[in-house]
Design a protein around this ligand. Sequence first.
Ligand SMILES: NC(=O)C1=CN([C@@H]2O[C@H](COP(=O)(O)OP(=O)(O)OC[C@H]3O[C@@H](n4cnc5c(N)ncnc54)[C@H](O)[C@@H]3O)[C@@H](O)[C@H]2O)C=CC1
Ligand SMILES: O=C(O)CCC(=O)C(=O)O
Length: 444
Amino acid sequence: MSYVSEILENLQKKNAHEPEFLQATHEVLESLEPLINSNPAYEKNGILERLVEPERAIMFRVPWVDDAGKVQVNRGFRVQFSSAIGVYKGGLRFHPSVYLGIIKFLGFEQIFKNSLTGTPIGGGKGGCDFDPKGKSDGEVMRFCQSFMTELYRHIGPEVDIPAGDIGVGGREIGYLYGQYKRITGRYEGVLTGKGLTFGGSLGRTEATGYGLIYLVNEMIAAKGKSFEGAKVVISGSGNVATYAAEKAMAYGAKVLAMSDSNGYVYDPEGIKLDVVKQIKEVERKRIKEYAERVPSAAYHEGCREIWTIPCDIALPCATQNELDEMGAKELIKNGCYAVGEGANMPTTLEATKLFLENKILFAPGKAANAGGVAVSALESSQNSMRMSWSFEEVDAQLKNIMINIYKNISSAAAEFNAEDNFVTGANIAGFKKVADAMLAQGIV
Ligand SMILES: NC(=O)C1=CN([C@@H]2O[C@H](COP(=O)(O)OP(=O)(O)OC[C@H]3O[C@@H](n4cnc5c(N)ncnc54)[C@H](O)[C@@H]3O)[C@@H](O)[C@H]2O)C=CC1
Ligand SMILES: O=C(O)CCC(=O)C(=O)O
């Protein structure tokens, strides 16, 4: 049995109840096989065994009192996966589906993504099975304060720097930051995605979505295509989806549809983003509202059918495994030529395989959505220097980082005889730097 197969078998035995973690590790390890086989030092030093086991996984009780005076208890997590190349860095997700397996898959992906950014940050992720939907501001604040009352002892600007993810935006980061400061008495860059009045970076809100478009633009330009006049379908209507839509439109694309976990809206005249922002960022309502406000749009129940809309470019920006084999078949049948993952692991393994077999240009999340964490790293740098850069400066650095990521993943793919397979390219390019740091640091 090969070294990689042995690791995969052990992973399966030890993590049988964590399908998302198994999916993420399988995808990475299988594509690393040629590199691993050509470098015996990786096996000799147990690089893969160590890489698939988090350095530390913290699980904790989060008690809080709701508006009716009832005590509620949620389960919180922080998985500090790898510090080989820098302090742990990765978002916090507040969603009822959160359990250890989701946080481990996200933390594992984060290791390679953070490495690809070219900035010195290790991989981590955290979250809670708390559902912010339908909660009052007071409830969200009390929950965040309780969450931080445990988390604060495990994080710090030289240790672990959390940020946002699903269900954690500016409001939540503000409450978390306030509680950290109150407990520790320290004003420091312990979180990113902060408000602009207390150490946040211009451009962080837009970074993941804009970064996705910068990377996809490079990928399609290499084949003589562009966003100008392209029909684009984007799932989700949160942070990543909104700013991906904004930049795609700025590049001349028409965004035909967006969604949330209940359904999608299709607007053949092109999505009006100011309406989406009002509904989602200000009123925190469902995407269904869009069709009630814009006459050219129609609402459809069920979010998976969004992929039946004919388009040139598909951007899954909502959540894991939202684009399956059925969706992939529809997209391919309707002439879609490029897919860029704004979300983390939104495409199932079977759908990814179909895209690659059919020569669809496919940008995997760990490369395509790395712009968010890259600008988080820029926010940390600004905090350390006690400086604030202009939007233009941050955006120019983001663009540069995304262009470099594209160059690195495409040259890694070519080097391993997998031209235009950016899944292999991203895994190999992200892994190399981490593995070499692990080799240099001994068995730790
Ligand atoms: N916020 C960031 O900077 C980064 C986020 N990501 C990833 O991007 C994805 C989206 O995150 P955010 O936009 O930050 O979260 P968000 O909480 O702002 O938005 C999530 C959106 O997805 C929708 N959604 C949830 N489940 C859905 C489903 N099954 N089908 C359709 N829509 C669904 C929600 O209704 C919401 O509109 C996640 O996978 C996250 O891990 C990745 C890199 C950075
Ligand atoms: O900005 C960050 O530190 C983390 C963003 C994130 O969670 C992600 O890249 O998935």
